[in-house]
Design a protein around this ligand. Sequence first.
Ligand code: MEV
Length: 298
Amino acid sequence: MTDEKIGVGVGYGKVILFGEHFVVHGYDAIVASLPSIKTVVEVKEGPWNMDDKVTEAFKRILSTLSIEGKTFSVVVKQTVPIGQNLGSSAALNVAFARAVNDLLKLGKSDDEINKAAWEGEVVFHGTPSGIDNSAATYGKPLVFKRLGPGKFDIKPFSVGKSLHLLIVSTGQNLKSTKETVDYVRERKEQYPAMTEHVFEAYGFLFNEAIKAIEKGELPYIGYLMDVDHGLLSCFNLSTDKTELARLLLQGAGALGSKITGGGAGGNLVALFDSEEKAKAAAELLQAHGFKSFYSVLS
Ligand code: MEV
Protein backbone atom coordinates (compact mmCIF):
# COMPACT_ATOMS: atom_id res chain seq x y z
CA MET A 1 0.00 0.00 0.00
CA THR A 2 1.34 3.51 -0.82
CA ASP A 3 1.85 6.03 1.93
CA GLU A 4 -0.88 8.66 1.39
CA LYS A 5 0.07 10.99 4.21
CA ILE A 6 -1.19 14.52 3.55
CA GLY A 7 -0.01 17.84 5.00
CA VAL A 8 -2.31 20.87 5.17
CA GLY A 9 -1.42 24.56 5.34
CA VAL A 10 -3.17 27.94 5.31
CA GLY A 11 -2.05 31.41 4.20
CA TYR A 12 -4.15 34.57 4.57
CA GLY A 13 -4.97 37.34 2.13
CA LYS A 14 -4.25 40.92 3.10
CA VAL A 15 -5.17 44.54 2.64
CA ILE A 16 -2.52 47.24 2.92
CA LEU A 17 -3.94 50.27 4.73
CA PHE A 18 -0.90 52.51 4.30
CA GLY A 19 2.47 52.28 2.58
CA GLU A 20 2.42 49.95 -0.45
CA HIS A 21 5.36 50.73 -2.74
CA PHE A 22 6.97 53.04 -0.14
CA VAL A 23 7.54 49.88 1.91
CA VAL A 24 9.77 48.42 -0.83
CA HIS A 25 12.14 51.35 -0.19
CA GLY A 26 12.37 50.85 3.57
CA TYR A 27 9.39 52.89 4.84
CA ASP A 28 6.99 51.53 7.45
CA ALA A 29 3.62 50.25 6.24
CA ILE A 30 0.39 49.14 7.88
CA VAL A 31 -1.20 45.89 6.78
CA ALA A 32 -4.17 43.84 7.93
CA SER A 33 -4.52 40.20 7.03
CA LEU A 34 -7.99 39.14 5.97
CA PRO A 35 -9.09 35.99 7.79
CA SER A 36 -12.13 35.80 5.49
CA ILE A 37 -9.97 35.15 2.43
CA LYS A 38 -7.36 32.46 2.59
CA THR A 39 -5.51 29.87 0.57
CA VAL A 40 -5.60 26.28 1.75
CA VAL A 41 -3.09 23.81 0.34
CA GLU A 42 -2.73 20.06 0.72
CA VAL A 43 0.55 18.34 -0.13
CA LYS A 44 1.73 14.77 -0.40
CA GLU A 45 4.99 13.34 -1.64
CA GLY A 46 4.71 12.76 -5.37
CA PRO A 47 5.64 14.30 -8.75
CA TRP A 48 5.34 18.08 -9.10
CA ASN A 49 1.95 19.02 -10.62
CA MET A 50 2.04 22.83 -10.54
CA ASP A 51 3.12 25.12 -13.42
CA ASP A 52 6.82 25.97 -13.83
CA LYS A 53 6.75 29.29 -12.00
CA VAL A 54 4.90 27.94 -8.97
CA THR A 55 7.18 24.88 -8.89
CA GLU A 56 10.24 27.15 -8.97
CA ALA A 57 8.83 29.16 -6.03
CA PHE A 58 8.07 25.98 -4.08
CA LYS A 59 11.59 24.63 -4.72
CA ARG A 60 13.08 27.82 -3.25
CA ILE A 61 10.83 27.42 -0.23
CA LEU A 62 11.97 23.80 0.25
CA SER A 63 15.60 24.76 -0.03
CA THR A 64 15.11 27.46 2.67
CA LEU A 65 13.44 24.83 4.88
CA SER A 66 16.53 22.60 4.26
CA ILE A 67 14.55 19.90 2.44
CA GLU A 68 16.54 18.17 -0.28
CA GLY A 69 15.56 15.57 -2.88
CA LYS A 70 11.79 15.51 -2.34
CA THR A 71 8.98 16.47 -4.71
CA PHE A 72 5.37 17.21 -3.82
CA SER A 73 1.97 16.97 -5.45
CA VAL A 74 -0.12 19.94 -4.43
CA VAL A 75 -3.87 20.48 -4.26
CA VAL A 76 -5.07 24.06 -3.81
CA LYS A 77 -8.37 23.68 -1.96
CA GLN A 78 -9.26 27.34 -1.60
CA THR A 79 -7.61 30.47 -2.87
CA VAL A 80 -7.30 34.20 -2.25
CA PRO A 81 -8.59 35.94 -5.45
CA ILE A 82 -5.71 35.88 -7.94
CA GLY A 83 -4.15 39.01 -9.48
CA GLN A 84 -6.25 41.37 -7.34
CA ASN A 85 -3.48 42.78 -5.11
CA LEU A 86 -4.83 40.89 -2.11
CA GLY A 87 -1.70 38.78 -1.62
CA SER A 88 -2.63 35.60 -3.50
CA SER A 89 0.93 34.50 -4.28
CA ALA A 90 2.05 35.13 -0.71
CA ALA A 91 -0.90 33.19 0.69
CA LEU A 92 -0.03 30.29 -1.66
CA ASN A 93 3.64 30.31 -0.66
CA VAL A 94 2.82 30.42 3.05
CA ALA A 95 0.16 27.70 2.69
CA PHE A 96 2.66 25.46 0.86
CA ALA A 97 5.41 26.04 3.45
CA ARG A 98 2.96 25.29 6.26
CA ALA A 99 1.63 22.17 4.50
CA VAL A 100 5.14 20.74 4.06
CA ASN A 101 5.92 21.64 7.68
CA ASP A 102 2.77 19.72 8.69
CA LEU A 103 3.49 16.70 6.46
CA LEU A 104 7.12 16.27 7.46
CA LYS A 105 6.61 17.38 11.10
CA LEU A 106 9.43 19.91 10.75
CA GLY A 107 8.34 22.03 13.72
CA LYS A 108 9.30 25.28 11.95
CA SER A 109 8.41 28.55 13.68
CA ASP A 110 6.20 31.23 12.09
CA ASP A 111 9.34 33.31 11.47
CA GLU A 112 10.95 30.41 9.58
CA ILE A 113 7.77 29.84 7.53
CA ASN A 114 7.64 33.56 6.76
CA LYS A 115 11.24 33.69 5.59
CA ALA A 116 10.77 30.59 3.39
CA ALA A 117 7.58 32.06 1.86
CA TRP A 118 9.46 35.27 1.08
CA GLU A 119 11.92 33.19 -0.98
CA GLY A 120 8.92 31.95 -2.99
CA GLU A 121 7.70 35.53 -3.41
CA VAL A 122 11.01 36.45 -5.10
CA VAL A 123 9.99 34.21 -8.04
CA PHE A 124 6.68 36.05 -8.44
CA HIS A 125 7.66 39.64 -7.66
CA GLY A 126 11.42 40.05 -8.09
CA THR A 127 12.08 42.29 -5.08
CA PRO A 128 9.19 41.75 -2.65
CA SER A 129 9.37 43.79 0.54
CA GLY A 130 7.97 40.85 2.52
CA ILE A 131 4.80 42.61 3.63
CA ASP A 132 2.47 40.19 1.82
CA ASN A 133 4.07 36.97 3.14
CA SER A 134 4.19 38.47 6.65
CA ALA A 135 0.46 39.23 6.57
CA ALA A 136 -0.20 35.77 5.10
CA THR A 137 1.87 34.09 7.83
CA TYR A 138 0.86 35.90 11.01
CA GLY A 139 -2.81 36.54 10.16
CA LYS A 140 -3.04 39.74 12.20
CA PRO A 141 -2.66 43.51 11.75
CA LEU A 142 0.98 44.55 11.57
CA VAL A 143 3.28 47.50 11.19
CA PHE A 144 5.84 46.18 8.75
CA LYS A 145 9.28 47.48 7.80
CA ARG A 146 11.71 45.96 5.32
CA LEU A 147 15.22 45.87 6.79
CA GLY A 148 16.91 44.18 3.82
CA PRO A 149 16.29 41.29 1.40
CA GLY A 150 14.25 38.73 3.39
CA LYS A 151 14.73 40.72 6.64
CA PHE A 152 11.75 42.33 8.32
CA ASP A 153 10.71 44.19 11.43
CA ILE A 154 7.15 43.34 12.41
CA LYS A 155 5.14 44.93 15.21
CA PRO A 156 1.53 44.62 16.29
CA PHE A 157 -0.57 47.77 16.75
CA SER A 158 -3.80 48.61 18.51
CA VAL A 159 -6.94 50.06 16.95
CA GLY A 160 -8.64 52.83 18.98
CA LYS A 161 -11.95 52.51 17.11
CA SER A 162 -13.07 49.75 14.75
CA LEU A 163 -12.11 50.34 11.12
CA HIS A 164 -15.03 49.33 8.89
CA LEU A 165 -13.43 48.55 5.55
CA LEU A 166 -14.89 47.94 2.15
CA ILE A 167 -12.54 46.27 -0.29
CA VAL A 168 -13.63 47.05 -3.83
CA SER A 169 -12.48 45.32 -7.00
CA THR A 170 -11.85 47.54 -10.01
CA GLY A 171 -12.23 44.48 -12.25
CA GLN A 172 -9.00 45.62 -13.92
CA ASN A 173 -5.52 44.16 -13.75
CA LEU A 174 -3.41 46.38 -16.00
CA LYS A 175 0.07 45.60 -14.65
CA SER A 176 1.65 42.95 -12.45
CA THR A 177 2.99 43.97 -9.03
CA LYS A 178 6.50 43.48 -10.40
CA GLU A 179 5.76 45.97 -13.21
CA THR A 180 4.33 48.58 -10.85
CA VAL A 181 7.25 48.20 -8.42
CA ASP A 182 9.70 48.58 -11.34
CA TYR A 183 7.83 51.68 -12.54
CA VAL A 184 8.12 53.37 -9.14
CA ARG A 185 11.81 52.48 -8.90
CA GLU A 186 12.48 53.84 -12.40
CA ARG A 187 10.75 57.18 -11.61
CA LYS A 188 12.72 57.38 -8.35
CA GLU A 189 15.99 56.92 -10.25
CA GLN A 190 14.98 59.24 -13.08
CA TYR A 191 13.72 62.11 -10.90
CA PRO A 192 15.45 61.69 -7.52
CA ALA A 193 14.99 65.26 -6.26
CA MET A 194 11.24 65.39 -6.87
CA THR A 195 10.42 61.84 -5.80
CA GLU A 196 12.38 62.31 -2.57
CA HIS A 197 9.72 64.82 -1.50
CA VAL A 198 6.96 62.33 -2.31
CA PHE A 199 8.67 59.67 -0.19
CA GLU A 200 9.28 62.13 2.64
CA ALA A 201 5.60 63.10 2.55
CA TYR A 202 4.73 59.43 2.93
CA GLY A 203 7.12 59.13 5.90
CA PHE A 204 5.28 61.98 7.65
CA LEU A 205 1.93 60.48 6.68
CA PHE A 206 2.81 57.11 8.23
CA ASN A 207 3.61 58.70 11.60
CA GLU A 208 0.29 60.52 11.52
CA ALA A 209 -1.60 57.39 10.41
CA ILE A 210 -0.36 55.08 13.15
CA LYS A 211 -1.17 57.68 15.84
CA ALA A 212 -4.63 58.28 14.33
CA ILE A 213 -5.36 54.53 14.19
CA GLU A 214 -4.30 54.03 17.81
CA LYS A 215 -6.40 57.00 18.93
CA GLY A 216 -9.39 56.02 16.77
CA GLU A 217 -9.53 59.30 14.79
CA LEU A 218 -11.57 57.89 11.92
CA PRO A 219 -12.13 61.06 9.81
CA TYR A 220 -8.40 61.84 9.94
CA ILE A 221 -7.49 58.26 9.01
CA GLY A 222 -9.83 58.60 6.01
CA TYR A 223 -8.18 61.85 4.99
CA LEU A 224 -4.74 60.24 5.28
CA MET A 225 -5.93 57.41 3.02
CA ASP A 226 -6.93 60.01 0.42
CA VAL A 227 -3.50 61.65 0.70
CA ASP A 228 -1.73 58.28 0.41
CA HIS A 229 -3.80 57.59 -2.70
CA GLY A 230 -2.65 60.94 -4.12
CA LEU A 231 0.99 60.05 -3.46
CA LEU A 232 0.57 56.65 -5.13
CA SER A 233 -1.13 58.32 -8.08
CA CYS A 234 2.12 60.25 -8.68
CA PHE A 235 3.41 56.92 -9.98
CA ASN A 236 0.58 56.26 -12.40
CA LEU A 237 -0.92 53.59 -10.17
CA SER A 238 -4.55 54.74 -10.40
CA THR A 239 -6.93 53.90 -13.24
CA ASP A 240 -10.24 55.16 -14.63
CA LYS A 241 -12.13 52.49 -12.69
CA THR A 242 -10.19 53.24 -9.51
CA GLU A 243 -11.19 56.90 -9.71
CA LEU A 244 -14.82 56.12 -10.57
CA ALA A 245 -15.04 53.76 -7.59
CA ARG A 246 -13.48 56.42 -5.34
CA LEU A 247 -16.05 59.02 -6.41
CA LEU A 248 -18.90 56.58 -5.78
CA LEU A 249 -17.43 55.67 -2.39
CA GLN A 250 -17.13 59.33 -1.46
CA GLY A 251 -20.78 59.87 -2.43
CA ALA A 252 -21.73 56.87 -0.28
CA GLY A 253 -20.13 58.37 2.83
CA ALA A 254 -16.65 56.82 2.81
CA LEU A 255 -14.23 58.72 5.04
CA GLY A 256 -11.45 58.02 2.56
CA SER A 257 -10.24 55.46 0.04
CA LYS A 258 -7.10 54.42 -1.72
CA ILE A 259 -5.40 51.88 -3.91
CA THR A 260 -4.36 48.81 -1.94
CA GLY A 261 -1.40 46.68 -3.00
CA GLY A 262 0.33 47.09 -6.34
CA GLY A 263 -2.31 49.30 -8.02
CA ALA A 264 -2.90 49.73 -11.78
CA GLY A 265 -6.22 47.99 -11.17
CA GLY A 266 -6.78 45.36 -8.53
CA ASN A 267 -8.56 46.55 -5.42
CA LEU A 268 -9.23 49.71 -3.44
CA VAL A 269 -9.82 49.96 0.28
CA ALA A 270 -12.34 52.42 1.69
CA LEU A 271 -12.99 53.39 5.32
CA PHE A 272 -16.42 53.85 6.90
CA ASP A 273 -17.50 54.67 10.43
CA SER A 274 -20.09 51.88 10.54
CA GLU A 275 -20.79 48.47 9.08
CA GLU A 276 -24.21 49.70 7.90
CA LYS A 277 -22.70 52.52 5.83
CA ALA A 278 -20.06 50.20 4.37
CA LYS A 279 -22.69 47.65 3.37
CA ALA A 280 -24.98 50.34 1.88
CA ALA A 281 -22.01 51.57 -0.17
CA ALA A 282 -21.37 47.99 -1.33
CA GLU A 283 -24.89 47.89 -2.79
CA LEU A 284 -24.42 51.22 -4.57
CA LEU A 285 -21.12 50.06 -6.02
CA GLN A 286 -22.65 46.76 -7.08
CA ALA A 287 -25.27 48.73 -9.06
CA HIS A 288 -22.35 50.31 -10.94
CA GLY A 289 -20.71 46.94 -11.61
CA PHE A 290 -18.13 46.95 -8.78
CA LYS A 291 -17.84 43.86 -6.59
CA SER A 292 -16.75 44.39 -3.02
CA PHE A 293 -16.57 42.78 0.40
CA TYR A 294 -16.68 44.07 3.93
CA SER A 295 -14.07 43.49 6.62
CA VAL A 296 -13.65 45.02 10.07
CA LEU A 297 -10.44 45.68 11.95
CA SER A 298 -10.90 46.06 15.69
C1 MEV B 1 2.22 44.49 -2.86
O1 MEV B 1 1.17 43.92 -2.12
C2 MEV B 1 2.86 45.58 -2.07
C3 MEV B 1 3.97 46.31 -2.81
O2 MEV B 1 4.46 47.31 -1.92
C4 MEV B 1 5.10 45.37 -3.22
C5 MEV B 1 5.89 44.86 -2.03
O3 MEV B 1 5.83 45.42 -0.94
O4 MEV B 1 6.60 43.85 -2.23
C6 MEV B 1 3.47 47.01 -4.06
